[in-house]
Design a protein around this ligand. Structure first.
Ligand code: CU
Length: 111
């Protein structure tokens, strides 16, 4: 087998997508996020799937994580975020920002 083909096969065998982006599931109800705080591994992309049990439209937003998404009652939306440096980042419902707030903490992997 030509070396190039052998190399290609070897690369294909590597676990390039060792794990899919971590999925975090949130609910918003009465303009309150549950959970309102969660952790993710630093340095990895992740997804946040938010389902609304509110009775009015919300806007799921984060300046820190750079997403902004309208969510209508009864719907589910997914946003992508990360990879993050270790630290705590905030998100909120831009239509009820004083009430609906949450944080994501990116935790460095142990060496
Ligand atoms: Cu709201």
């Amino acid at each position: 087998m030509p070396n190039l083909a052998r190399l290609t096969l070897a690369l294909l065998a590597l676990p390039t997508a060792a794990h899919a982006d971590q999925l975090v599931t949130l609910v918003i109800q009465n303009h309150t996020f549950t959970p309102s705080s969660f952790s993710v591994p630093a340095g990895e992309r992740f997804r946040i799937q938010l389902t609304s049990h509110d009775e009015s439209v919300d806007e799921f937003e984060s300046y820190d994580l750079k997403f902004e998404k309208i969510i209508v009652p009864g719907n589910t939306v997914t946003v992508f975020a990360g990879p993050l440096h270790p630290g705590t980042y905030s998100f909120f419902d831009d239509y009820h920002p004083d009430q609906a707030k949450g944080t994501v903490t990116a935790v460095a992997a142990k060496e």
